[in-house]
Design a protein around this ligand. Structure first.
Ligand SMILES: C[S@@+](CC[C@H](N)C(=O)[O-])C[C@H]1O[C@@H](n2cnc3c(N)ncnc32)[C@H](O)[C@@H]1O
Length: 298
């Protein structure tokens, strides 16, 4: 070599070895993070046992702590997308309800101990106008909002996209990585929930759309419910997001499913007449009531 400072290019095998090492390193870091979260959870459970129950989901954290967590999620968190491309199928009233759900999702994510890197995609037209009226300060929110579709935003990562739909054949809890490691979701995944309120007029629509676009699909593991479910297992957009958030904190699907699935959709519930698709879950309710009493934005 003429110039001693010039680095010789790596051979094909050395490059392969290097990539393998990098992949292993990444996996190790992910496992470390999961272990850390499990330990934190264990400590938190012990603390709760000592001090008695605390109100709501992380209502005690300071604004600074929440902001830090959201910023970390934006850098390293699992991406959770609300796909708003089906807004044209909704009535103006449903559009307004969906805008309320989007606000709830943002607030829940903000308050969570383990937030996602949140995206709203295809936010345009009448939905955008209503959303602007509904949440005029959304430009300050620590999340991504796009007019583009999620397919465009994640065009280079199509194989990482998992569209959640009640009509999928596989459970999200049974997903495996390329190394056959069983995970609910890994850091590389882009989880997509359909932003749609249609009282199931458009059956299978998200599943059909996902298949048409060659995407992976998965359903929430609702078979873990301890009571029998009445009617459809189709949840609202914000209930799905809430279940994922609960899982991300507890790392336990049973906890997530049991605490978020609407009780009145269960067979044993006395209030038979009141089954509606559109509800807000317990965490959402807590978040909304807290939010009503605070003026802070983002
Ligand atoms: C109200 S549902 C949409 C229902 C629509 N008629 C359909 O069949 O796709 C809103 C979104 O919540 C998600 N979702 C609802 N129930 C689910 C379940 N059991 N498992 C996974 N995702 C679910 C899907 O992403 C769906 O697009």
């Amino acid at each position: 070599m003429d110039n001693p400072l010039e680095v010789e290019p790596l051979s094909k095998n050395a490059l392969k070895r290097q990539r393998k090492l990098e992949k292993l390193e990444k996996k190790r870091a992910e496992r470390k993070l999961t272990r850390k979260r499990k330990n934190q959870l264990k400590k938190e459970k012990q603390r709760l046992k000592r001090e008695g129950p605390q109100p709501g989901p992380s209502l005690n954290s300071t604004k600074k702590e929440r902001k830090q967590r959201l910023q970390q999620a934006r850098e390293h968190g699992v991406r959770l997308v609300i796909d708003l491309s089906l807004a044209h199928l909704m009535t103006p009233k449903e559009v307004a309800s969906l805008c309320r759900q989007l606000t709830i999702i943002y607030v829940e994510n903000k308050r969570s101990e383990a937030p996602f890197h949140l995206y709203f995609t295809s936010l345009s037209g009448a939905l955008k106008e209503t959303f602007n009226q509904f949440s005029p300060d959304h430009e300050k929110w620590l999340m991504e909002i796009h007019e583009k579709s999620f397919l465009e935003v994640f065009s280079s990562e199509k194989e990482s996209i998992v569209y959640l739909t009640a009509d999928a054949e596989d459970d999200l809890g049974d997903m495996t990585t390329a190394d056959n490691e069983s995970v609910a979701f890994s850091k590389d995944m882009v989880l997509v929930i359909g932003g749609l309120i249609d009282r199931n007029r458009h059956k299978n629509i998200c599943y059909k759309e996902a298949c048409k676009n060659g995407l992976k699909t998965a359903r929430l593991p609702l078979h873990l419910l301890e009571a029998k479910c009445r009617g459809s297992q189709v949840l609202t957009t914000n209930q799905c997001a809430e279940m994922l958030l609960q899982y991300n904190v507890s790392l336990d699907w049973r906890v997530a499913v049991q605490s978020v699935f609407p009780k009145r959709k269960l067979v044993a519930h006395p209030n038979e007449a009141e089954v509606m698709e559109e509800t807000i879950g317990p965490i959402a309710e807590a978040c909304m009531s807290v939010e009503e009493h605070t003026t802070e934005s983002q």
